[in-house]
Design a protein around this ligand. Structure first.
Ligand code: KG4
Ligand code: ZN
Length: 368
């Protein structure tokens, strides 16, 4: 048996195309997966420029789709469905992947599945590990930081979200303040590894841990970003350009990363308690997904915390934590398998919450 799906992802600064066979066992499901990063296009601006992103997606989309088919040794005639991210994200980019997907679906008379990008991240543990519902999900990316319960395909309860910046956004903005390039997450991780005395670095900066210990399950990161700005202002410059000393950046990056891990682990520990009570599962699973889930300090802190709480933890391979099209193809497969597909006049959605019943959070904007 096979069900072969083409996935297309263009919602932010990565253009991606992938082919999966959803009916195969986990280790054989991904037939091809291509990701073209636009980092170079955006680096000069220190962040993602929507118009630049949309233009780059136009250039990438055709070679990505044909490349994904070639890598899988398949043609359009072998496909059983087309899944494309239709939101949330930068609308110009979303439109490009979505329209390409619809065009293929129309010309080949194939079902089209409009995928919620967040559901792509949310279902990744099922693509790579067959994780059973329900599971607790920490979604940490550049645009979102949420705690959700994944109850089933298309069925999510949002328990917590950020009240301001997303965790990845905080990594990126703090890195910029430290003089590191975009995207800040991997850069902070890299330079933090040079920190010579971690305990002293943590004590030296004494960064705040907003929301830690609070009963509600929300996050807040803008105060931490402000603390980084203040810390940077107090550091002595290494030269006349005002650059910081490398050892100081390493200490600050270490303390920052440690603090984000502390905040996230605290919020997750509280969610685990509630999950155990509400769902009456003795050994539940916490899944960590999204670009920030690639961070080693955060992964280690979470697995330590999960051991203490006797719960399983699972994070997808790093290559599938960031934006990719295999996760979009998989989400498409799960919906198609459930007998669902979407009309070709489906409209792109800049905002598309996974749990539409959750109360909006002031200040979080699309991040809620
Ligand atoms: O999921 P993703 O690829 O795109 C969004 O949907 O936002 O996440 C991108 C975010 C960026 O903010 C990036 O800095 C962060 O993930 N990131 C990391 C790491 N790798 C990527 N943050 C911390 N540590 C990392 N190793
Ligand atoms: Zn993402």
């Amino acid at each position: 048996m096979s069900m072969i799906i083409l996935g297309i992802e263009t919602s932010c600064d990565e253009s991606a195309g992938a082919i999966i066979d959803g009916e195969k066992p986990v280790d054989k499901r991904i037939l091809s997966s291509l990701v073209l990063s636009q980092l170079e296009e955006h680096r000069a601006f220190g962040g993602v420029v929507p118009e630049v992103a949309a233009r780059a997606h136009i250039e990438h989309i055709h070679p990505l789709i044909t490349g994904a088919l070639d890598d899988a040794n398949l043609t359009f005639d072998d496909l059983d469905g087309i899944a494309a991210t239709c939101g949330p994200g930068l609308i110009g980019g979303v439109m490009i992947g979505m329209m390409a997907g619809k065009a293929i679906a129309a010309s080949k008379n194939l079902p089209f599945i409009a995928v919620n990008h967040l559901e792509g991240h949310a279902l990744t543990p099922r693509l790579t590990d067959d994780t059973a519902f329900p599971y607790l999900l920490l979604l940490v990316s550049g645009g979102h930081t949420q705690i959700l319960v994944a109850e089933g395909v298309g069925s999510y309860k949002r328990w917590g979200t950020t009240l301001d910046d997303a965790a990845g956004e905080c990594f990126d903005k703090s890195a910029k303040l430290m003089g590191l390039p975009y995207p800040g997450g991997p850069e902070i991780q890299k330079i933090a590894a040079e920190c010579k005395n971690p305990q002293a670095a943590i004590a030296r900066f004494a960064l705040p841990t907003p929301m830690k210990g609070r009963k509600e399950l929300d996050f807040s990161f803008s105060g931490l970003k402000t603390a980084i700005r203040q810390a940077v202002e107090k550091l002595p410059p290494a030269n006349l350009n005002g650059d910081l000393k490398r050892e100081d950046i390493a200490d600050l990056a270490y303390a920052f990363q440690h603090t984000v891990a502390e905040i996230i682990a605290d919020r997750c520990a509280r969610s685990i308690q509630r999950f155990k009570e509400d769902y009456n599962i003795a050994r539940p699973t916490l899944v960590v997904s999204g670009g920030v889930a690639a961070n080693i300090a955060i992964r280690e802190k979470l697995s330590e915390m999960c051991e203490t709480h006797t719960i399983e933890t699972y994070a997808p391979p790093v290559s599938l934590c960031g934006d990719n099209a295999a996760m979009i193809a998989w989400a498409g497969f799960e919906h198609l398998k459930a007998g669902e597909n979407d009309p070709l006049d489906f409209k792109a959605r800049p905002r598309w919450p996974l749990d539409p019943t959750a109360e909006p959070r002031h200040g979080a904007g699309v991040k809620a």
